[in-house]
Design a protein around this ligand. Sequence first.
Ligand code: B12
Length: 342
Amino acid sequence: MTDNAMSPTPPYKMGTIVRLTSFAPQRLRAWEHRYDLLRPCRGEGGHRLYSEEDLRVLCAVREFLGTGRTIGEINRIGRDAILDGTARPRGGRTRTTAAFQRVAAEDIPLKADTLVSRLVKATLAMDESELQRVLDQAFSTLSAEVAIDRVIAASLRRIGNLWAGGLCTISSEHLATRIFTHRVRTLFEQEASANLSRKPRFLCGCFPQERHELGILALSYSLALRKARVTVLGSEVPLPDLERACRATAPEAVLLSVSDDALYFEHKAELLELSSRIGLHTRIVLGGAGIPAGDTDLSGAGVTVIACSDSLGQTAESLLADIRGHAASARKPKSKRRQLGP
Ligand code: B12
């Protein structure tokens, strides 16, 4: 007897593989027909028997789906590459992520708009199950960053406009925001825990009195996905506390989000003072809808402003390039640095 319920050994029957992977039998059968990831053989009665390799592939598939990859994208990595990656785990994590990075450009299905309409409708109806269902669909058919940009943020913009026009209640908006934030926070925590000893390190939070925290959380996720070490401080961070946090953790950069220009102007002088004290070691980067364009006081004080972009991935890439460029020029010997300057 090989497929023992207590400590199963291969080949695994359907019931065992379902228990070990939590994938439903219908899903496994559908994947077997559509993709070349699973290769169960047949027992005497014609029932499926899964090998140890099939189990490893399914564990990797679960991991990829958790980071927002679609099954079609995972299939493009290929069974062999996945097995290759999972055969040599590094630090307890499979190498499939690296293999995945090489997969060509994503197809972004046009279904994002439909998902947004369904989410807005479910928000207005306070239909929690539908909200969860649509999000499940978004995250299983789009990559996580695309789902956040095109589905979650787009829905929130519409919900915000409906609220401003008196057409969406605060309860509905709070319900949707809570569910959306939970999804993004879960993705962030999954990625962040693997990067605790890495560089660069970012401290991410919101301006004093700023309660809109989903934007900075989403950006934190994108940075963590690119192997940056990110500490999220959350909403309404008082600037004296931020300064203490910088002294305690010596980050390469502090990222601050502000969605309202009134808040920005209220705390601007205090921010510039803070920058003059910590700016030599730590970059201060501002983003969000509340930063007025072309404020020369900021660049003069060494504060970087990143313009809002529709793509989380692009914003994260340009931040990382900026920080790495800054670190590289800071490492150059003084004489060389002088040659480059005016
Ligand atoms: C959810 C929400 C709330 C929630 C926030 C809960 C939470 N935990 O986050 C609550 C209920 C608390 C709230 C409160 C208020 N809100 Co509100 N809210 C929203 C809503 C619907 C969604 C915001 C959101 O999460 N968007 C999704 C994220 C992903 O997008 P994002 O924040 O723009 O971030 C992206 C970029 O800006 C950028 N980014 C953001 N930060 C940073 C930082 C850096 C360094 C970089 C590089 C990039 C970057 O990257 C992100 C990803 O692309 C918006 C509607 C909208 N149009 O956005 C209104 C909205 C922002 N709120 C608004 C208002 C008026 C308010 C209140 C004043 C209402 C009131 N009278 O109390 C208060 C203010 C509270 C405060 N002091 O902060 C207005 C703002 C109008 C303005 N300033 O011009 C909006 C636009 C609604 C509207 N259409 O009128 N709100």
